[in-house]
Ligand binder design. Sequence first.
Ligand SMILES: Cc1cc2nc3c(=O)[nH]c(=O)nc-3n(C[C@H](O)[C@H](O)[C@H](O)COP(=O)(O)OP(=O)(O)OC[C@H]3O[C@@H](n4cnc5c(N)ncnc54)[C@H](O)[C@@H]3O)c2cc1C
Length: 311
Amino acid sequence: MQEIVREPRRSRRHDKPIDVSFEFFPPKTPEMEANLWEAIARLAPLAPKFVSVTYGAGGSTRERTHATVSRILRETGVKPAAHLTCVGATRAEVDEVARAYWDVGVRHIVALRGDPLGGLGSAYVPAPGGYATSTDLVRGLRAIGDFEISVSAYPEKHPESASFDQDIDVLKAKIDAGATRAITQFFFDNEIYFRFLDRVRAAGIKIPIVPGITPVQNFRQTANFARKTGAGVPDWLAERFDGLDDDPQTRRLIAAAVAAEQVFDLLDRGVEQFHFYTMNRADLVYAICHLLGLRARAGEAAQASQSSVMS
Ligand SMILES: Cc1cc2nc3c(=O)[nH]c(=O)nc-3n(C[C@H](O)[C@H](O)[C@H](O)COP(=O)(O)OP(=O)(O)OC[C@H]3O[C@@H](n4cnc5c(N)ncnc54)[C@H](O)[C@@H]3O)c2cc1C
């Protein structure tokens, strides 16, 4: 009988370092704040390349984003990145936010246009005297300081874009203006990411296009959000969560399995940087990072858990 030789999966003997980054949102209540700092304390020891903090729709979290980012900078050993949008503010106001980041030592901005004030689906109208596009914002940030600037990318096309070509032209313009990394909208079908990557590379774009991974903490919520943002929800994904509405424990196991499958496939196909949309929860993301081979580093653990205790 022929002997079956099982090749170990490439991902398991991957000897190149893997970079991860984690995205959080600024908390609204003291309880949410405690959750966030617990999540940061758990994830910081994995030594992410950076952690980012989102900017609420219409700039609604301006102060809270700033406070969260500044505290990460002060109290953890992790580099923070502040999301910033153009919505509902003049250039001078946006510049002031950016300068305040520069002044406290924040050196990384995730620069975005933001959603229209009327919500997704309505037309985007720049604020009077405001930055009209994310490209303008990137250019403006460059004039303020030598920030590291990340921007968005949309493997399934931004919902307002007429074509993939338009999206890629916009991405190119953002890079020409000074962006050095793109983070993608989340996706569940890796083929979509690789097709997008082929298009991007064929257009001569060389910066990292870091896949945004969203562990499905809650299938219904994720599916609703995906519909709004133009991200596809494959039937097989719905099938996997089918019948589990009242069974959170099994849902979490399935979510971990789905995300692990996705990141292992990306890893096997050469991806070495991952951005996780954490929803301010650590467990699933921590487990997936563990599977990726990341292990907590003691120094960072001590620093981060100390800041969690102080919160
Ligand atoms: C990684 C990531 C992080 C995000 N973080 C936040 C956040 O913190 N806060 C928040 O409110 N939203 C956030 N978003 C959502 C984002 O703000 C929305 O998707 C928004 O609708 C688009 O902003 P953008 O910078 O991603 O897109 P852009 O790249 O600016 O594109 C938006 C649309 O404008 C078009 N466009 C751009 N420039 C031009 C031009 N010169 N001429 C014609 N058309 C143009 C594009 O084709 C596209 O259709 C994030 C998205 C991602 C992927």
